[in-house]
Design a protein around this ligand. Structure first.
Ligand SMILES: [Zn+2]
Length: 358
């Protein structure tokens, strides 16, 4: 009998009393000083888990907010100055088909859909009120390019006539719809918030951090990354040639006291390169300019260029197309051809990000 009582007592202790102490220890955990390392490690792990959970809770808040508010987009048509309301994904069909060639791999188009959805939601959350009532406009130089299905199909038909593309235009459209639908409800986040998903045409081999393009910081997910295979695309290399007079005139339009002596050695000299291999600063005559500014003055495709002074002419040999920040579209296609899926592609171009459902 005594034995049975003892067993019951042990059972009670094992079942209720000991777990109670463990539970209590977990709930009440406070910074512990002067304990052995193992305990401390447990504590750190626990703190990390706690932070993760708090982060998840924050994510949840952000995502719920997105879901309720951003399923309908008010799009400003810049040509007619009219606002159209349309479902988010329908808006994205028009963005993906305007921003990326239909011949690109499906996984690249899906990456573009992910990026475009993220960019849209980020923009709306910024609440810039740049377009009055509208969330976004259809201009690629301001927001993202957008084209209606009707216009898109007509352009593909045109390509069939002019370039013998042999497109089945409905199949093309279905490919766009698949790219958007297969990433439905997914966006790219960093520390629980939608990222500012910059993208461009061709990186010339390496992307750029925003600090080297626009100055300022605050985008830890936008780092320089290298991508192989970008040289296979027509956007990779270009040339701009002009007479010396034309060169001087273009500089004088911006800086009226500009002077240069082309006979002088080092009259044009690169001072520094960016992490992504573009021109950071360059001395041209009596001016020190950023590569970005030179790009703008001479309408170059990127700030990754080499200048050659000839007998008569000045020649810029340019690599890449666009500002170089975030996802390169041809890079995305190149990676897709190498077997990357859309999530791998996005993770390649944006550092330390997550792809989440909202
Ligand atoms: Zn805009």
């Amino acid at each position: 009998m005594k034995k049975i009582v003892l067993y019951v007592l042990i059972l009670v202790i094992l079942t209720f009393v000991i777990p109670f102490f463990f539970t209590k220890a977990t709930v009440d955990s406070k910074p512990i000083i002067g304990v052995n390392l193992e305990d401390n490690e447990e504590h750190i792990e626990e703190q990390e888990k706690k932070q993760e959970t708090q982060q998840e809770a924050q994510n949840q808040e952000v995502m719920e907010y997105n879901y309720n508010d951003y399923n309908t987009i008010k799009l400003l048509h810049t040509k007619t100055n009219t606002i159209e309301e349309l479902p988010l994904d329908e808006y994205l069909y028009g963005v993906v088909s305007a921003e990326m060639p239909i011949d690109f791999e499906l996984e690249a188009l899906k990456a573009q859909a992910l990026v475009a959805r993220t960019y849209t939601i980020y923009k709306i959350m910024q609440n810039e009120l740049k377009h009055g009532e509208a969330h976004v406009c259809d201009s690629s130089s301001c927001c993202q390019a957008w084209i209606s299905k009707e216009d898109r199909l007509a352009k593909w038909e045109e390509k069939n006539k002019e370039e013998n593309k042999g497109y089945n235009v409905e199949d093309n459209w279905n490919k766009i719809v698949s790219a958007v639908n297969e990433t439905k409800g997914k966006i790219i986040t960093y520390e629980g918030k939608p990222i500012n998903a910059f993208f461009h045409s061709n990186s010339g081999g390496a992307t750029e951090a925003p600090v080297d393009v626009w100055g300022g910081t605050g985008y830890p997910y936008l780092q320089t990354v290298e991508t192989s295979g970008e040289d296979a695309y027509t956007q990779y290399s270009s040339e701009v040639t002009m007479s010396k007079d034309e060169f001087v005139n273009k500089m004088k339009q911006k800086y009226s006291d500009f002077q240069i002596n082309f006979d002088e050695e080092n009259c044009i000299q690169v001072q520094a390169y960016t992490a992504g291999g573009r021109i950071k600063t360059i001395k041209i005559g009596n001016y020190n300019l950023s590569g970005v500014e030179v790009r703008s003055i001479f309408s170059l495709r990127s700030a990754n260029f080499v200048v050659e002074i000839g007998e008569q002419d000045i020649k810029f040999s340019v690599k890449g197309y666009g500002h170089g920040v975030g996802m390169s579209q041809t890079g995305a296609d190149s990676l897709a051809k190498q077997g990357y899926n859309c999530e791998d592609i996005v993770k390649h171009f944006y550092t330390g990000i997550e792809i989440v459902n909202f």
